[in-house]
Write a protein that binds this ligand. Structure first.
Ligand SMILES: NC(=O)c1ccc[n+]([C@@H]2O[C@H](COP(=O)([O-])OP(=O)(O)OC[C@H]3O[C@@H](n4cnc5c(N)ncnc54)[C@H](OP(=O)(O)O)[C@@H]3O)[C@@H](O)[C@H]2O)c1
Length: 330
């Protein structure tokens, strides 16, 4: 008997939506098909037939034949409404929206418990790098002492261009936008908020702590003095936007700050849109995860990996969060 494909409703057909669509089309063995795509702008040119699209979210959310909703739109408020409706309608969800996830983590945990459905969001942190999967699953039993990393591809790209080609900040930002690395609203990237959102999500899986975005101390690269990169270069150093979570005497400290790193530092050599996360485990010592942190196909592959996990009904374990919840009851 022929196996039935899992049906996917896709929200958004920008960088992430198109990357995801392409990978699903090229992987028939996945056993999944995109049956409807919801977008916003009726005037935009599309590279696939108009019949694939709708402008009404109900066409996906109220279609009982759709099993999985993939949310990859640029508006975090609307994204949460879509995701919430999808879970309540009995669908599993994959999302790429870090802002939405970090602002609604507690509600998303609650919605999963209430509906028995699953939401996965690997693409929301460091693009193609399986950061959440590794922290949630592989490190579920191991206390982590510190995490630090370059978790925002566009600011890293901008800093690379400023330091390698002596470009000014605005020109480097325009280049990052032209290449599709920067968020639609560049303030999210350059002010460090996007990295802060990723730090919030990472903290839940690595330390079991539900932080609010405003609890992360955030400074971006937009206020760096003009001569800062030249000053760093004169000392043989490079400036990087570094996200950090540190556990000290039972308390978590989370920050995103530009830092001047010397050549020996494991983050010194991370260039362009690449990301790297350093994990300092109690037993394993330093582990490093590196790769492409943004872009259509790298992010699309993280989405498709989540779809694959859903085909096996595999959600996140949240082991450390559940452990902390139990400790607070005892
Ligand atoms: N780009 C990356 O490398 C990357 C990496 C990781 C995570 N993300 C996250 O992934 C999400 C999407 O990013 P992106 O770069 O793909 O954005 P994008 O290129 O700007 O595309 C956004 C898409 O969302 C659609 N859209 C906006 N509001 C909508 C609504 N209410 N209903 C239906 N569709 C709507 C747009 O429709 P139209 O086409 O009609 O305008 C567009 O297709 C964001 O949350 C972003 O933070 C992006």
């Amino acid at each position: 008997m022929e196996k039935k494909n899992i049906k996917i409703g896709l929200f958004g057909f920008g960088s992430v939506g198109q990357g995801t669509y392409q990978i699903i089309q090229e992987n028939a063995a996945l056993g999944a098909e995109v049956v409807r795509i919801c977008i916003k702008d009726p005037q935009k040119e599309r590279r696939i037939s108009r019949e694939n699209f709708t402008f009404r979210k109900e066409d996906i959310l109220q279609d009982d034949s759709i099993d999985i909703v993939v949310e990859a739109i640029s508006n975090a408020g609307e994204a949460f409404d879509i995701v919430k409706e999808a879970l309540l309608a009995g669908k599993d969800v994959v999302t790429a929206s870090k802002k939405m996830v970090s602002e609604h983590l507690a509600e998303l945990l609650e919605l999963q418990a209430q509906t028995g459905r699953i939401i996965r969001y690997e693409a929301a942190v460091c693009g193609a790098i399986p950061v959440l999967e590794v922290l949630d699953s592989y490190f579920a039993h191991e206390p982590i002492e510190e995490l630090c990393g370059i978790v925002n591809g566009s600011t890293n790209y901008i800093l690379s261009r400023m330091q390698d080609e002596s470009l000014d900040y605005s020109t480097a930002l325009r280049q990052a936008q032209a290449l599709g690395f920067a968020e639609a609203d560049p303030a999210l990237d350059v002010k460090g908020w996007d990295a802060g959102n990723k730090i919030v999500i990472t903290a839940l899986h690595a330390f079991g702590e539900l932080l609010r975005p405003e609890e992360v101390l955030v400074r971006g690269i937009d206020e760096l003095p003009r001569h800062a990169t030249r000053l760093a270069a004169a000392e043989g150093k490079r400036i990087k936007l570094v996200g950090r979570i540190r556990l000290k005497e039972g308390k978590l400290f989370a920050s995103v700050m530009p830092e001047m790193l010397s050549a020996e530092h494991p983050l010194y050599s991370v260039e362009e849109e690449n990301n790297r996360l350093l994990i300092y485990g109690k037993y394993s010592g330093l582990q490093q995860l590196s790769g492409k942190g943004a872009g259509a196909l790298p992010t699309g592959t993280a989405v498709v990996s989540d779809i694959r996990a859903l085909l096996n009904r595999r959600g996140y374990q949240y082991a450390k969060y559940k452990e902390r919840a139990l400790q607070s009851v005892v």
